[in-house]
Design a protein around this ligand. Sequence first.
Ligand code: ZN
Length: 299
Amino acid sequence: MHFKKLAVVTAVLLASRSLNHACHAITQGGKTMKGTIVITNKENVKIHSYISPEDSTLVSTQIIETKHELVVVDAQFLRPYAREVKAYIAGLNKPINRIIISHSHPDHWFGLEFFQDVPVYSLPETKEEIEKLGDVIIQSKKPVLGDLVTDKKYVPTKIIAAPGKEAIDGVIFEFERIKSAEAVIQLLIKLPQAQVLVAQDLAFNRVHLFIGQKEFKSWMQIAQSMEALKDYSIILAGHGEPADSKIFHENIQYLNDVMEIFLKVKTGAELKHALVKKYPAYRGAVLLDISNSFLYPQP
Ligand SMILES: [Zn+2]
């Protein structure tokens, strides 16, 4: 796949400075991007968060810009949005040091086909899972999504040691392995100097949570322990825009509601109806349909 280098990247300031970041409507060569970019400016890093449109569940890619390089976290799901990320990155004019895949859910790694020239890192369990189940997942998506999704899996080639710590271009990255939350195994990345937590799918920002893993209680406890990390002021969510640490309280409340409702209802439709009613401002209700395919599997 060939990409035209960006001729023009213009950013128009749209909103909120409250979290020391701003929303930008980005145009590339005169074409407005479909995804949203939110920029977080910190002393030693500038983070460009790309959030896909709702038809791809507002899934995020984090582009962590250091002095000379870029570290990318997660690769998008649908081809048009992975392509947008790739084009946006080209406009930053810095080499990609690596791409890190936070966990094995397909909305975070399908777009790897656009990063074939870059080292791809993940936890060993994530690499194994993509290796083992990647083809089956792609084949399960193809009948509905066709050419919108990758034809082939691209498996991470480099392993992240967690717990672990690494300085990349002068920025400290701390890696932790989290079990039994939104997925079986997930990577949590801390940037202690910038006070940024790259939570990815450990946190959802006003987007319906993916609850198909059914680890409601365990995820709540993990959210509580992340909430207790008072040193982190910016939380990068896996779905939705960057947030502050209130996101954990909101996610805990949501999971608490899920636990109560799940015990009362008999069908996925009832569960979805109750959560959409309780959280009318939340986006990405399609995540509840995906959750329901796991919680209430069809024979
Ligand atoms: Zn996920």
